[in-house]
Design a binder for this molecule. Structure first.
Ligand code: 13P
Length: 253
């Protein structure tokens, strides 16, 4: 059975004092209402240590990062390696977010390299895929996601793919308040699971977590999380407010 997971993606937000307050409030809320779902806070690199200290030993809560470099080490000014993140106790890293694909020109090939780096450090990639508005409108969205998965994930072997968390984030739903219809979310998640099933078999496809991301909030989370092929969410804006985020967390058992 796929693990239920909620991931906060803080993106490039918050000052140190805000980080302390937000993390403490989230931890307090989760500690009062412990359930089996996994919660991962993907914070800016600079705040990993602070977040980790505040999370301390809270059950089912982990710190994550939002990016890593595709190379092992070397002359890559300003970059952060998987090894460095690993040594800070980070096990989960968001890879291939549409903002990185768009603003930093990350290709499917670079994303695949990052995934291999993470796997070789025994870390878990949170692999993002999802179509543009244009692909949604011209009805090529299945092909769009199909190609992203083929190019970045499908050279992993069975052991390696089992470490991956998939997040479907239609680009047009990110930060826009526009959410696909529930049946559209379910049909894409079902498509992704079936694709994984066809290549890696039933057990792996049933165990992989496929999360939805894009304008999730405390009011729409319940219906989204109740869809049969949705195993949780990747949350942007709503993860910057502890009440809103806790409202989402409580909808995933
Ligand atoms: P929003 O929840 O702000 O739409 O962002 C989603 C996202 O990009 C998470 O990675």
């Amino acid at each position: 059975m796929s693990k239920n997971i909620i991931i906060a993606n803080w993106k490039m937000n918050l000052q140190p004092e805000e980080v302390k307050k937000l993390t403490s409030n989230i931890i307090k809320g989760i500690a009062n209402n412990i359930n089996e779902s996994k919660k991962i806070l993907c914070v800016p690199f600079l705040y990993i240590e602070t977040a980790k200290k505040l999370i301390n030993e809270t059950k089912n809560v982990f710190v994550g990062a939002q990016n890593c470099n595709e190379n092992k080490k070397g002359a890559f000014t300003g970059e952060i390696s998987c090894e460095m993140l690993n040594s800070m106790g980070v096990k989960y890293v968001i890879i291939g977010h549409s903002e990185r694909r768009e603003y930093y020109y990350e290709t499917d090939e670079i994303i695949e390299k990052k995934i291999f780096q993470l796997i070789s450090n025994k870390m878990c990639p949170i692999f993002c895929c999802g179509e543009t508005l244009e692909a949604r409108e011209n009805k090529s969205y299945f092909d769009y996601v199909d190609s992203q998965i083929d190019k970045s994930l499908f050279r992993l072997n069975s052991n390696q793919i089992s470490k991956v968390i998939v997040a479907y984030e239609p680009i047009w739903a990110i930060g826009t308040g526009k959410v696909p219809q529930l049946k559209e979310i379910e049909e894409m998640h079902k498509f992704i699971r079936k694709k994984i099933n066809n290549k890696y078999g039933k057990i792996i496809s049933q165990n992989i977590s496929i999360l939805y991301g894009g304008s999730v909030n405390a009011s729409n989370a319940k219906d989204i999380f109740n869809l049969p092929n949705v195993n949780g969410g990747l949350i942007g804006g709503a993860s910057l407010n502890s009440n809103e985020f806790l409202g989402i967390v409580k909808e995933l058992k």
